[in-house]
Write a protein that binds this ligand. Structure first.
Ligand SMILES: Cc1cc2nc3c(=O)[nH]c(=O)nc-3n(C[C@H](O)[C@H](O)[C@H](O)COP(=O)(O)OP(=O)(O)OC[C@H]3O[C@@H](n4cnc5c(N)ncnc54)[C@H](O)[C@@H]3O)c2cc1C
Length: 349
């Protein structure tokens, strides 16, 4: 359940073991959820298996074979995984399938969509992100991820011509209580002409609560840019001009002036458990973490690999999922709690 980076990687990893899956995705068509993503290519290729590996390498370019984590545009990574999944006969993607309820019996797991259809399978894997619906079936006592106390404004911009071609990064810059993370993006032809950026900002708590994006300790939704008052965007543009240096400053200021930013209130979820019987969580549903870790996708890839390994050839899905939890839980907790230490000091909580 969930057809973004975590769900697609898992479907491909399962297919590499000969296991069929149906991916239920609530949205339809193009939905962008990020700007830059660090990809540890060799690890991703190992997880998705030989057939998908070529499609992913073709779509992302040779640098995606690297052992190192390199920043790629979110959309390029999504498109690479999506094309590989579309070409894989063992993966069926159903868009517009908004799951509202999960369940299980001794012999199967199920998901009911908003239109009243019930889907049944051997296991249900929740890759449904930070506001996971599946999580309450895995840990009813702690079903919600927590607001980390700050927002990250995301954008993607052109690099000025004289800075093009600089691979590497990300880089982080301190701006008197704020922080700017920049990711020079490697495209399919190995060129670096654009950069993704995230402005970590702990000053807009009241705004996020005022527009209903944060309620108590929870993030209730990712706000639309049109929800953010014009004067806030203008004030951010003005502050960006003072806080950040070139070659980033002009592009960041312009993005706020043009209203081309995504406000992402950050959430964290430190899991006590990620499996209940035939239902398991992965990706942000299992371990939402601050983007400061730079490892959200990497951890989702590790989940996909561990799930496929555990389910390969098993005659007991429950035991296989227990094995998955055993393999992954400590690593998930360590990554999330490392991020929480950053968040507490950054947001002054
Ligand atoms: C600001 C920001 C910056 C980031 N930067 C990085 C980075 O630099 N490096 C990195 O590795 N990671 C980064 N991440 C994290 C990374 O994007 C995720 O960890 C990773 O993509 C795994 O996400 P996911 O697929 O588990 O969840 P998501 O991307 O949240 O996808 C969940 C999917 O489930 C679907 N869904 C949700 N509810 C339902 C439902 N009820 N029924 C059906 N479908 C549903 C959604 O529509 C969506 O497609 C960042 C995250 C954020 C927020």
């Amino acid at each position: 359940m969930g057809g973004s980076l975590g769900g697609l990687t898992t479907a491909l990893a399962l297919a590499s073991k000969g296991l069929a899956s149906t991916v239920l995705e609530r949205t339809a068509g193009r939905t962008q959820r990020g700007v830059a993503i660090l990809v540890a290519g060799a690890r991703l290729h190992a997880a998705v298996g030989a057939t998908a590996r070529d499609a992913v390498a073709e779509a992302l370019g040779p640098s995606s074979m690297s052992r190192h984590s390199l920043p790629h545009a979110w959309w390029d990574v999504y498109s690479a995984l999506r094309s590989a999944a579309d070409a894989e006969p063992l993966v069926t993607i159903v868009e517009g399938a908004h799951v509202v309820e999960a369940g299980q019996s001794d012999t199967s797991a199920s998901a009911r969509t908003r239109d009243g259809v019930t889907w049944t399978a051997d296991v249900l894997l929740g890759a449904d992100g930070y506001r996971s619906v599946v999580r309450r079936h895995v840990d009813a006592l702690r079903p919600a991820a927590e607001y980390a106390g700050y927002v990250v404004w995301l954008g993607e911009s052109e690099l000025p011509p004289r800075y093009r071609g600089r691979a590497g990064g990300p880089d982080f810059f301190d701006g008197g209580g704020d922080m700017l993370a920049v990711y020079p993006l490697i495209d399919r032809a190995e060129r670096v002409t654009r950069f993704g950026w995230g402005w970590f900002d702990p000053h807009h708590d009241a705004l996020l609560r005022g527009i209903g994006a944060v309620d108590g300790t929870e993030v209730t939704r990712t706000p639309r840019t049109s929800d953010i008052p014009d004067e806030t965007l203008a004030a951010m543009a003005e502050a960006g001009g003072r806080k950040w240096a070139e070659p980033w400053r002009t592009a960041v200021v312009r993005a706020f002036r043009d209203h081309e930013v995504i406000a992402t209130p950050i959430t964290e979820y430190l899991p006590d458990r990620v499996v209940n019987g035939r239902i398991a969580l992965l990706g942000d549903a299992a371990h939402a973490q601050t983007p400061m870790t730079g490892a959200g996708f990497q951890e989702a890839v590790a989940d996909a690999e561990a799930l496929a390994e555990a389910l390969d050839g098993t005659d007991s899905p429950e035991k296989a999922l227990q094995q998955y939890e055993l393999t992954r839980l400590a690593g998930m907790r360590s990554r999330v709690s490392g991020g929480q230490s950053f968040s507490r000091s950054f947001a002054g909580r």
